[in-house]
Ligand binder design. Structure first.
Ligand code: C2O
Length: 602
């Protein structure tokens, strides 16, 4: 092996590798450590303060006899023996290159961390006496805001080479996203590590924020400091928290306060989207704004409902995405990641910058303090999803559990952390201040009265088997997809879930890319928004770098069971699927569309 090889990657098992991604796998993970807590999702859980009657009762009742649920339904649960491992020696880090055009990067492509230490020591979660509570950003006291601003100010005052500095923290995101780290895997000696569009997304960002929060706490001598979360899933939090743009005392006391002295300020934000603009959680149009506020709020709540419940309940692969793989056509990106998460990035980034810096591009996102409160809420969604239904379990295949990253901690020690140590936030020493989950009431309603929509399109719309793949996504794609079974009863639905798979989606990863997925829709998405049951979801991608043409491949999966009930299409033999391109789809293609039954354990 070359010097970039990693000790944790035995080559012997590479050839006997089973497929990572098998929808008909009967291998489940029944590990106790992988179950979500039975008591946590109940009505008595103080963390969920809305009554649960708004959630489909079946979600609560299904599989009560199977304490450990159906972990990781479509990943094979066996060890593949080469978990994604960021380098043993960080001097193997190389300048981020993918797509970088010299001179076009406002933030630069030198994303590697300082090499004051090069070999990471295994991180042990420290003991603590009091949980850090992450508060909702829109409810902070003046005092808390001042404390947070002071912490960021001190971070910004650290010398650039200090691994705790604002600049180094910002670089971390670029390094893990723009090709700075590689590992040996499956005969690919330089597989670039990518923490987006796969199941590394949630754990990587959880650890990233964990150290960021501890660094901020140590800079103000407050080990209980909790990083605020931007509560964009709640109508009260659907605008950029005021503190990010608030005036701040001028260092020259004879001059008036000015936002640009505010440590939370970032010059690269979309000024059309500062408060009181309401965030668009569906990025209906990348540049423009939507009609009225109440309509935007309902669309946001429905997008949340669909991504947290409607298409992901009991389907870990739909929620988290699947394992990173050298063959990108096997990878699925998670629903929250390619949904509301992307939308907030795009909404905040400045369209006047060459690459939508800062939040609007992965390479630069970590330089805006708003990135961390955005991701604090993304991380909170993981926690809430686990609590919503006991079948909402985390991935538990060995590759996922043993995937690891390196970070500098608050004491400037280089440490290695594992996914398996980040599945319980209380063990990590933090929790979230509760906030109303208004979107539990956001279940979409069908637009059109059920009238055999699929059957009526026979002869007009082609069946999936009559289409030649890959299909171009430069215009709306309409296709009839056969269901594996019809008239499924409650018993069937307890055993399997019906899922729509879109595989091998190829697109230009250097621009904002989005298409919407509709089922049994009759107007090609012209009026269909997330408030309609016909709107299954979206596949939206934050650009990776800068303007060139970097082909990326990923996939998406959506649970259809609840949606087909809402559409009264359960007896239909076919489903009419429409893919509507919204942005950056000129060169995009898709190589496979189908519906399969995914077994649930019971
Ligand atoms: Cu690493 Cu929101 O992205």
């Amino acid at each position: 092996m070359a010097s970039i090889s990693l000790s944790a990657v035995p080559t012997t098992s590479l050839s006997s590798r089973p497929p990572l991604f098998s929808k008909t796998s009967s291998t489940y993970c029944f590990k106790v450590s992988c179950k979500s807590s039975m008591d946590d999702h109940s009505e008595n859980n103080p963390k969920l303060i809305l009554p649960m009657q708004n959630v489909d009762r079946r979600n609560m009742l299904l599989g009560l006899g199977s304490l450990y649920g159906a972990a990781n339904l479509t990943n094979i649960g066996s060890a593949l023996a080469y978990p994604i491992t960021s380098p043993d020696n960080i001097s193997n880090c190389v300048p981020a290159e993918d797509g970088f055009i010299p001179g076009d990067a406002v933030r630069g492509n030198a994303c590697c961390p300082p090499t004051t230490q090069t070999t990471a020591v295994p991180y042990v979660l420290p003991k603590f006496t009091k949980l850090r509570v992450r508060p909702a950003a829109d409810r902070l006291s003046e005092e808390y805001i001042a404390k947070y601003q002071l912490a960021i100010k001190r971070m910004k005052e650290l010398p650039d080479e200090d691994p705790r500095s604002w600049k180094q923290q910002g670089k971390i995101h670029c390094a893990y996203c723009n090709g700075a780290y590689s590992q040996y895997m499956n005969g690919h000696p330089e597989l670039k590590i990518q923490v987006h569009n796969n199941s590394l997304f949630f754990p990587f960002h959880r650890w990233y924020l964990y150290f960021y929060e501890r660094i901020l706490g140590s800079l103000i001598d407050d080990p209980t400091f909790g990083l605020p979360y931007w509560n964009w899933d709640n109508p009260k939090g659907m605008l950029l928290p005021d503190m990010f743009e608030a005036p701040y005392p001028n260092p020259d006391p004879t001059k008036p306060p000015n936002p640009k002295f505010n440590p939370l300020f970032d010059p690269y934000r979309n000024c059309a989207h500062l408060p009181p603009a309401i965030v668009d959680l569906d990025t209906s149009s990348a540049a423009g704004d939507k009609s009225c506020a109440h309509q935007q709020i309902s669309e946001n709540l429905s997008a949340m409902y669909t991504q947290m419940i409607g298409t992901t309940t009991a389907l870990p692969d739909a929620f988290f995405g699947t394992n990173y793989d050298p063959d990108p056509s096997k990878i699925l990106a998670g629903r929250i990641e390619s949904g509301v998460h992307t939308a907030v990035h795009i909404w905040v980034g400045n369209p006047r910058m060459p690459n939508n810096e800062d939040l609007g591009n992965f390479y630069s996102a970590g330089y805006d303090p708003a990135f961390y409160v955005h991701h604090s809420n993304v991380d909170r969604m993981w926690q809430i999803w686990n609590e919503l239904d006991f079948r909402n379990v985390n991935p538990c295949n060995d590759d996922w559990l043993n995937a690891s990253f390196v970070f500098y901690d608050e004491n400037q020690r280089l440490v290695r952390v594992y996914n398996k140590d980040c599945v319980d936030i209380n063990k990590m020493g933090y929790t979230y201040e509760p906030s109303r989950l208004t979107w539990l009431q956001g279940r979409p309603i069908r637009r059109v009265k059920a009238s055999n929509i699929a059957a009526n399109s026979f002869g007009v719309v082609k069946k999936v088997e009559e289409i030649e793949f890959p299909v171009k996504l430069d215009q709306a794609v309409k296709v009839l997809v056969k269901r594996p079974a019809t008239k499924r009863n409650e018993d069937d639905k307890m055993k399997t879930s019906e899922m729509l798979f879109l595989e091998g989606i190829k697109y230009n990863g250097e621009q904002f890319f989005k298409f919407d997925v509709l089922v049994n829709d009759v107007d090609d998405g012209i009026e269909t928004t997330p408030v309609s049951s016909e709107f299954v979801g979206t596949f939206a991608q934050v650009p990776h770098s800068l303007g060139g043409n970097m082909v990326m491949t990923s996939g998406a999966a959506f649970g259809l069971t609840q949606l087909l009930e809402d559409l009264e299409a359960e007896n239909d033999e076919y489903v009419l699927v429409t893919l509507v391109p919204r942005a950056g789809a000129e060169d995009a293609t898709i190589s496979k569309i189908n519906i399969q039954l995914v077994p649930l354990a019971n």
